[in-house]
Ligand binder design. Structure first.
Ligand code: ADP
Length: 469
């Protein structure tokens, strides 16, 4: 092997370890932030704080992943994942994060979005957020008085496409003309040394590469001592459909039926406590164990309905514990979900080969946890009846609904209350056309919770009575 290849491999191994180490504490931070976000007893300020912790933590997670991605971009192996998203909601999310930081430095913060901005566009939301947060973060860092702002305008627009201009302006220290080229180089920082703390010099090089992948170029206009303006234009398809059910409206608050026992095995007390709090709140009977050996002992003693098993632990790791539990006939087909901060396809495969029924990456995302438990245990969830759980009639034109023939079939099944067949039909719809995914997901979720009235409401909103009559 060439020295250069060896160096690349060493770098990749180092980054994978780093990613694992950073994800582990983030699991507790994000888990508790998610728990707080759902706490209805919080006042408005506390609620905003919880949301901001969650958003900032999520951003941190994004960054960890992105450091790994930088090597992929450089190797030309990087892919964008465009999906429809709500532009104003997206900008509000960014503003919530940045406003707090601007206030800390007593800076004025403005977010300006043109009124003719499309509601929904198709783009890689995560990557766009990363770029804008990087530019805004720099704007705040290099500004001591005055204002920082984000301005989004429409350069041109047709029915199906738009060119959007994103601008980040500040009244900060500015950049000298001869240094402008340099700042886009990895690990380059210019200007006074005392300003360089807290940065890596990676931000702008990742951002400029991401914008290039999205089809744009970041331009800079800057005057030393006056301020800077970073801007780029992106051509984006205008999306007509919004996700049918926003994630926040699907909160599960408990379940019906006998009390279920879950065993949580993790060596980090804070990670155990976070999962125990999250699941305890839903009414599960929780037991905890601090390593694989204790986990096996506890499984024999309590015979749980489900186990959440961390993978990397001292004394005995999760994979070994899963293998041992699988040999204990008395425990039968006890579902085990491996939970791991190692998130590569190989990590997943190792857990499944050891005998796990499912795999959850850390930080554990609440919705994913609920979905995974549902897949392993027949749960009759109690869901919070959020106002927008089913879109109002005026929204439904935006949703890609199946054909009237399929709607009529579903209508008959909904009237008969045949949840099992509804789920089968939902599966069929997703294989038929990817655009039905969000409609089918909602059907699946409602059918799992035996929400027959909600299913009927949903279907009737798409039912053209003239055609089926
Ligand atoms: P970091 O902010 O982590 O140091 P970046 O790649 O984001 O790295 O930025 C590189 C350098 O470009 C910064 O260290 C700074 O010298 C300069 N820079 C970036 N944005 C601004 C700005 N808004 N005003 C002044 N200088 C800036």
């Amino acid at each position: 092997m060439h020295a250069a290849e060896q160096a690349d491999e060493a770098k990749a191994a180092f980054l994978a370890t780093l990613s694992h180490e950073l994800r582990t504490p983030l699991n507790a931070i994000l888990g508790y932030a998610q728990l707080l976000k759902r706490d209805t007893s919080l006042n408005e300020r506390q609620g905003t704080a919880a949301r901001t912790i969650h958003q900032s933590g999520t951003h941190l997670l994004t960054l960890i992943t992105d450091i790994l991605d930088l090597s992929k971009i450089e190797a030309g192996k990087f892919e964008l994942h465009p999906a429809p998203f709500d532009v104003r909601g997206f900008l509000n999310g960014i503003s919530d994060i940045i406003r707090v930081r601007a206030e800390e430095k007593v800076l004025n913060f403005v977010c300006e979005a043109a009124s003719e901005l499309p509601d929904f566009v198709l783009a890689d939301e995560k990557r766009l957020r990363q770029v804008l947060l990087n530019l805004l973060g720099n704007a705040i860092k290099f500004t001591d008085r005055g204002q920082v702002g984000i301005h989004v305008s429409v350069v041109s627009r047709t029915g199906t496409d738009a060119i959007l201009r994103f601008e980040v302006r500040d009244t900060g220290i500015g950049i000298r003309a001869d240094e402008i080229e340099t700042i886009f180089q990895p690990f380059e920082q210019v200007g006074a040394v005392q300003r360089r703390s807290g940065g890596t010099g990676l931000g702008l090089s990742i951002s400029s590469k991401l914008v290039e992948l999205m089809g744009g170029t970041i331009h800079v206009e800057s005057t030393a001592g006056v301020g800077s303006r970073f801007l780029f234009d992106l051509a984006v398809p205008v999306a007509g459909s919004e996700p049918l059910v926003p994630a926040a409206t699907t909160a599960v608050t408990g379940y019906r039926g006998p009390r279920r026992r879950i065993l949580i095995v993790d060596d980090m007390p804070e990670n155990r406590a976070m999962l125990a709090d999250t699941l305890g709140e839903l009414g599960f009977d929780i037991r905890q164990a601090a390593n694989g050996q204790e986990g096996v002992d506890a499984a024999i003693a309590m015979s749980p309905d489900l186990i959440l098993m961390d993978v990397r632990m001292p004394v005995m790791d999760g994979l070994e514990a899963i293998r041992l539990i699988r040999k204990i006939a008395a425990l039968g087909i006890l579902p085990i979900i491996a939970v791991s901060a190692g998130v590569t396809p190989e990590d997943r495969a190792r857990s499944l080969t050891a005998g796990a029924d499912g795999f959850l990456p850390k930080p554990v995302e609440h919705e994913a946890l609920i979905r995974m438990i549902t897949r392993q245990l027949p749960m009759d969830w109690i869901e919070e009846q959020a106002e927008q759980a089913v879109p109002s009639r005026s929204d439904t034109t935006a949703v890609v609904a199946p054909s009237q023939a399929d709607i009529a079939i579903l209508h008959g099944l909904a009237l008969a209350g045949d949840m099992r067949e509804i789920r089968r039909q939902a599966d069929r719809l997703t294989t038929l056309d990817g655009r039905y995914q969000s409609f089918a997901d909602t059907l699946q979720r409602l059918a799992r919770g035996y929400q027959s009235q909600a299913i009927l409401n949903l279907i009737e909103q798409h039912l053209d009575r003239k055609q089926v009559a």
